[in-house]
Each structure stands twice: as structure tokens, then as C-alpha cells.
Design a protein around this ligand. Structure first.
Ligand code: SF4
Ligand code: ZN
Length: 729
């Protein structure tokens, strides 16, 4: 580390720690040591302190220990900028600065449950961490940038944000410099800042950047299954971040001592610093394969430069349309005031339908708009819409139609200024005035679809043609045909059983985060993230035979009831780094499937009721198990087998094979209303199918009770069938 930077970082750390000490002393006085420090929905307390020291800060008094540790790490401020014994001093001080900043931020929550308002978001809940984490896991999001400070102009701030968004990099923003603050600049320009648009304004102070490092530390604990504790554990968490969480710091504007200290803290995590100012560079040393600090980078090149330094592989989608295109624009909304035209929603009939044709029947690149184009309709027009995509390919199969069709949502959400929701005949598509002004036309929807289908599915899609209908009667006429086709597909998929196939598919995408985790995906049990079913696995394998989805031959059946096959056991053993010897597909008690961190819901045994409860990850309240979703996720995740706890994809609840070895659906005594709503009428249908038409009505939820004792009474009162069954464990 450069000597000058080291001295500045050490000075900065002293300032930060001293300030935290004062703030803590004041809080001890005003609030007392027992005042709780409660961050919104998290099981990780103050996550950096937890990860590095194994210390769970629950109340203000617990911070004293963390502060002592920070002070112990401080090194004397060098009197001479030109000499320092070794680089470790500045790194230690950087760590001390992080502890102190986390104390400062934590104290805000001790004083006020909602200390952040306006554009600022503050601490991140575990639910958001998991939702964003899966994007890091499956590669949709290559990494994150912690932007510290502000840019000289609003335009420069918007340009940098767009450059990062276009590369699908998650952008955390905090701090300010010379009065400029990037998030405020974006707000001024009316840029949508949410987790969905990959733009996260943490706070105006430099200390708020600690939430980004807390995000990183929690990623290691959630997805890597790393337990905090002593020094070795802390080191593992840092290494995990260095190797697997591709993050970097963008230092924008003047770098003061406190920012140097924070940057030194980030370098401990293996996160390099890219600066727009002329600060001393630090080149690779020792085990580090990349630079620590790269300076003097012009704003236009910052995003690209950061990616090169960190060695990220990113392909920008170059699609021939007049607006930017990328996953970070997927979550963007088009508000009524910005609306040029909309289709569907509750206003008009709109649907999309993709089917395969013979090679000679498809003219690749043919895009037609039948009906008015965008220039022919007034602002806020509401039109009917049919998007008819026809694909052909030598290896294309009928079964893949539904998979490709589902991607229409993703591909049409990615142009900046286009909002797309839903699928099939329940879609809602909006195009903004800004996109229209930039020259975006309806035909560009087809251009984007064609390019993306060819790019993303090169081994199954050779040709694509798209017809876009924007008038009746064509749309209404074709809607009926499309609905018949959807029904036909559903029927065929519904008829598939685990017995009807010899091959299951694995998914190991999450191994980059949970190294021993393997999902086994069967026709009747989808992946626990809910994003991959058996057909997806099959298609993914066709598309990329050496990728994360591999065929698994069932082989000899060892136990048909529990769902145990020799071939599956062998596969799981080999791919779990020889940690899991047995696997049962239909039991949550005996050798259950492991869980990474991205389960849509958790099912867990409720002792004393004979049953289980199921809680979804959006649910933030208490459950009858006496744990929140976050507490449960800690027990369930990380790629271990925990009998009695499984992570599941929501739709698995409707499967005939849902914990069928343990008693199946009639074991369910409690589930969140979110889940009930999501399953809708299908839950009632399943209950009828198993001959228990009143079961759905007997399943309690949080509006009935979140207390185990009260639940048992309720179950007795309604006569829930689980009471008649043996205890599961
Ligand atoms: Fe991860 Fe399993 Fe989903 Fe694959 S199917 S992405 S391994 S949770
Ligand atoms: Zn996962």
C-alpha cells in the first residue's frame, strides 16, 4: 500500500473510531446499555462485526466490545508520510474504521426504528439480500459497485449509473464530495432508484457505505454457509468475498482521510478501489492478482475499467434498438405521466405466444407490425397486442416452446423505457415517452426478441420471425387459439410424473455460493428457487451440455416411497464434494435435499402439531416455530441437510410428490397468506384431489395466530387431519 495512502487511512480511522466512541458514550447515557439495536428483518445483527468478530450486537451495550476491538486494531498515526513499517497497519486500521462505522450506523437504528427517509434506504433486509443474491449466483448480476461520493455534473452521474446498469452491476451509493452526492444527482434527474433497477442509495454519510460491506459479509454467511466465529472464520469470509463476490469501490471526487480509511477496509474484502482523482496507485502485491487502487480514471471509462480490474466477464447486449438494453432496466416502471402507449393490463386484450415451425417456414429476421405503429397513435394510447414469435432450429423441441416463451418477459423488460409484466395472456406492456422520443417503435420489440433468442439460445434457435399485431379483430381472434395452446401445454406437463422418466436434471448453479449444494430437479419437484423445472433443466442441458444442469440417470430404485435411487445418490455424492451420501426426493426428515440460500419458501416441522408450516421469504413476521423467515433461513441454508427443514419452490406444494413420504399435503397446518394467495384455487383443487376438500380451510396462517400453543388449539377446533397422524420426528 502506498505510504501516503496508508498514512491517510490510519489518520481517517482514528477520526472515525473516536467519533463512534463519542456517539456510543452518548447513546449509553441517553438510551442505556440495554436499549435494543434492531435492524429491519435480519438475522445477522451488525453483519460486518458479526462476520469479523463473531459478535452478535443485540443492544447498545454490546457495541462496547466491538469498539474495544476497533481500538485494538488502530495503529499510531505515522508522523512522517514517507515511512511505514508494513502495509498491514493501514489494512488493520481500515477494519477498525469499518467496525466504527457499523457502530455509528447501528446507533441510528437504536435511536429510531426508521432512521432513513427520502431517497435513502439504509440497512438491507435479509429478504432483499436473498433476492439479489440469487442474481449474483446465477450470473445475472456480475458484481456490485460501491460508489462513494459524487460527480461534477448531474449528467455525468446519470451516465455512470447507466453504464453500470447496462452491465448489470448492482450500484450502492453513499457519501458525498464537494457537496455532490451521486444518489442525489440521480434523484434530481428523475432516475428510478430501487433494488429492482440495481440502483441503491444507502445514505449521504460515508458511514452508510458500511451497508454495502455488510451485504458482502452476509452473502458469504448466507450463500457460502460460512459461520462467523474466530479469526479463521473471519479470514474465510474475507477470502470468500475476494474470490466470489465481485465487488469494487468507485471513489468519486476528492478522497479525504475517512474515505481512505473506508477504502482500506474494503481492500480487506478484496475489493479494489477505482478513483477519478489523482490519488496514488497501488499495484498488485503478494497474493493479490489485481490492483488495489487505480486512479485518474475518466468517468466515461470507469465502468469498463472497474470490470477489467476485477476480471469480470460481461457481455453487453448490443441490440439494434435506439435505447439502452440490459437486465438492470428490467425492474424499471413506466409511470402514468411518462406513458406513451400501453397494452394489456386491465385495459385491452394482450398476449404473447411462441411456437416452433419447420426451418423452411421461418424467415429469420422478419419483423412485422400489423396495425398502427407508435408514431400513428396519440400519447397514452391503449392498444390490443398480440406478439407472435415463431422459431425454428435443428435441435428445437416442442417442449422448449414454453421455456422460450417465458423469456419474452425478461427480454422485453430489458429495453430502457419499456415495462413488461406477466406472461401468456395476462401481460401488461408500457412504453415511455422518453423511449418513444428516442425513436423506439413497436417493431423494436421484435428486434429485441429475435436478437436475444438467437444470442441466448444459440444451440436450439436458428431462426426467428416476429409478428406484432396492434389492432382488432386480429388480436381477439388469435387470443383464442393461443389460449387453447397454453391449455394443451399445461395438460402435457401435468401428465408428466417422476416415474415416467429415466432421467432427472441437476442444478449446480448455486455451487458458486454454496459449494456442496445440488438441486435434483424432477418432473414433480422443481428447483427450490422456483426458477427451474425439469423442462428447464432439459433445455438448459441441450443449450449448454457442460453447464450447471446435468442429466442424472435414476438407476436402480432403492426406495420408491422416499424417492431414493442409486444413480441419484452416486451423482449427489460426487457433486457435493463427497459430503452427502444419501438423498431422498420425497422426505424432509430422512436425507432431505440440501438448501442453498435462494429457496422461495421454507417448510419446517412444528413439534406437537403432527404437521409442518410453510413460510415464504417475503414474510417478515413471526411464525409458530418461534422464528422469523430469516432465523429459519440460517438453519436451513448453506448447503447442509437439516432434517425437518427444507427450502422449496412454492409450486412444489401443489405436487403429488410434496413430502409424499412424510404424509404429504395433509401435514400442512400453517402457511403464510402470501403463499395461499400465490397458490390460489390450485390449492383447493389439490385438497379435493386427495379427498380432503375442507383441508385448505383448516390450514392456519398469520391472521389466525403465530403462536404454537394457540395454533394447536385452533387445529383441534377445526379438526385438522395432521392431529391424527404420528409426529414426524
Ligand atoms: Fe440454485 Fe437450485 Fe435454483 Fe439451480 S435450481 S439456481 S441450484 S436453487
Ligand atoms: Zn441457490
Amino acid at each position: 500500500m502506498s505510504k501516503i495512502i496508508a498514512a491517510a487511512a490510519i489518520r481517517g480511522a482514528h477520526t472515525i473510531v473516536a467519533r463512534a466512541e463519542e456517539q456510543l458514550a452518548a447513546a449509553l447515557q441517553d438510551l442505556g446499555p440495554d436499549a435494543p439495536v434492531k435492524l429491519p428483518d435480519t438475522a445477522y445483527h451488525l453483519p460486518v462485526i458479526l462476520a469479523m468478530l463473531g459478535l452478535k450486537v443485540r443492544k447498545v451495550g454490546d457495541m462496547q466490545e466491538a469498539l474495544q476491538q476497533a481500538k485494538a486494531l488502530l495503529k499510531p498515526v505515522p508522523t512522517d508520510n514517507l515511512w511505514l513499517p508494513y502495509l498491514g497497519d493501514a489494512l488493520d486500521c481500515g477494519m477498525a474504521a469499518l467496525f466504527a462505522q457499523e457502530i455509528a450506523e447501528g446507533l441510528k437504528y437504536a435511536r429510531d426504528p426508521n432512521p432513513y427517509d427520502g431517497i435513502w434506504l439504509g440497512a438491507t433486509s435479509d429478504a432483499i439480500l436473498r433476492e439479489q443474491g440469487i442474481k449474483l449466483v446465477d450470473g445475472r448480476m456480475p458484481g456490485f459497485a460501491a460508489c462513494v461520493g459524487g460527480l461534477p455534473t448531474t449528467e455525468a452521474a446519470v451516465k455512470l449509473a447507466r453504464d453500470l446498469q447496462e452491465r448489470s452491476i448492482l450500484v450502492f451509493m453513499a457519501s458525498h464530495s464537494n457537496g455532490f452526492c451521486m444518489a442525489e444527482q440521480l434523484a434530481q434527474a428523475g432516475v428510478d432508484m430501487t433494488w429492482d433497477s440495481y440502483l441503491v442509495p444507502y445514505g449521504r454519510e460515508t458511514s452508510a457505505i458500511i451497508w454495502a460491506l455488510g451485504f458482502a459479509a452476509r452473502a458469504a454467511m448466507t450463500f457460502g454457509g460460512l459461520q462467523p466465529g474466530g479469526l479463521k472464520e473471519a479470514r474465510d469470509i474475507l477470502l470468500y468475498n475476494k474470490q466470489r463476490v465481485n465487488a469494487f469501490v468507485l471513489a468519486l471526487g476528492e478522497v479525504d482521510d475517512e474515505k481512505y480509511a473506508t477504502a482500506a477496509g474494503a481492500i480487506n474484502f478484496g475489493f479494489p478501489v477505482i478513483a477519478d482523482t489523482d490519488i496514488p496507485q497501488i499495484l498488485p502485491t503478494g497474493v493479490c492478482t489485481y490492483e488495489h487502487v487505480v486512479s485518474n480514471v475518466v468517468h466515461d471509462e470507469m465502468a469498463q475499467r472497474a470490470i477489467e480490474v476485477r476480471g469480470l466477464k460481461i457481455k453487453i447486449q448490443k441490440i439494434d434498438i435506439p435505447v439502452r438494453y440490459g437486465t438492470a432496466f428490467e425492474g424499471e416502471r413506466v409511470r402514468k405521466d411518462d406513458l406513451a402507449v400501453e397494452f394489456g393490463g386491465k385495459y385491452t386484450t394482450a398476449f404473447e405466444y411462441l411456437n416452433m415451425r419447420k426451418l423452411e417456414e421461418v424467415e429469420d429476421g422478419r419483423i412485422e407490425v400489423i396495425g398502427p405503429e407508435i408514431g400513428e397513435v396519440g400519447d397514452r394510447a391503449q392498444l390490443p397486442l398480440a406478439i407472435r414469435v415463431e422459431v425454428a432450429g435443428r435441435k428445437m423441441q416442442k417442449d422448449f416452446e414454453s421455456i422460450l416463451e417465458r423469456y419474452i418477459h425478461t427480454f422485453l423488460s430489458m429495453p430502457m423505457g419499456v415495462m413488461h409484466l406477466g406472461q401468456r395472456d395476462v401481460i401488461w406492456l408500457r412504453i415511455s415517452k422518453q423511449a418513444k422520443a428516442a425513436g423506439f417503435q413497436f417493431r423494436h420489440l421484435g428486434v429485441a426478441l429475435r436478437s436475444m433468442l438467437l444470442n441466448e439460445f444459440p444451440s436450439i434457435v436458428d431462426k426467428v420471425q416476429v409478428r406484432i399485431y396492434t389492432r382488432n379483430p386480429e388480436v381477439e381472434d388469435m387470443a383464442a387459439q393461443a389460449r387453447a395452446a397454453y391449455d394443451d401445454r399445461d395438460r402435457r406437463m401435468g401428465e408428466m410424473t417422476d416415474e415416467s422418466v429415466d432421467i432427472f436434471y441437476s442444478c449446480q448453479l448455486c455451487q458458486s455460493y454454496a459449494p456442496n449444494h445440488v438441486c435434483i430437479i424432477t418432473p414433480e419437484r422443481l428447483g427450490l428457487c422456483g426458477a427451474y423445472n425439469w423442462l428447464d433443466g432439459k433445455a438448459a442441458y441441450e443449450i449448454n451440455p457442460t453447464g450447471g444442469n446435468q442429466p442424472v440417470l435414476k438407476g436402480e430404485t432403492m426406495d420408491a416411497v422416499k424417492g431414493k435411487w442409486k444413480g441419484v445418490d452416486d451423482f449427489v455424492y460426487a457433486k457435493s464434494n463427497r459430503t452427502l451420501e444419501h438423498f431422498s426426493a420425497y422426505s424432509m426428515i430422512e436425507d432431505p435435499m440440501t438448501s442453498c440460500g435462494c429457496f422461495e419458501a421454507i417448510a419446517c416441522v412444528l413439534p406437537g402439531t403432527g404437521g409442518i408450516m410453510i413460510v415464504d421469504r417475503e414474510f417478515q413476521g413471526m411464525t409458530p416455530a418461534g422464528m422469523t423467515f430469516s432465523n429459519l433461513a440460517e438453519v436451513t441454508g448453506g448447503g447442509q441437510q437439516t432434517p425437518g427443514f427444507i427450502g422449496i419452490g412454492t409450486l412444489y406444494i401443489l405436487s403429488k410428490k410434496f413430502i409424499s413420504a412424510d404424509g404429504g399435503l395433509k401435514r400442512v397446518v400453517w402457511m403464510t397468506t402470501n403463499l395461499k394467495n400465490r397458490l390460489g384455487d390450485k390449492l383447493q383443487e389439490r385438497c379435493e384431489a386427495i379427498g380432503m376438500p375442507d383441508l385448505a380451510g383448516k390450514i392456519a396462517d398469520e391472521t389466525v395466530t403465530d403462536d404454537l400453543g394457540a395454533l394447536a388449539e385452533y387445529l383441534a377446533q377445526v379438526g385438522h387431519p395432521a392431529l391424527e397422524m404420528e409426529e414426524m420426528i
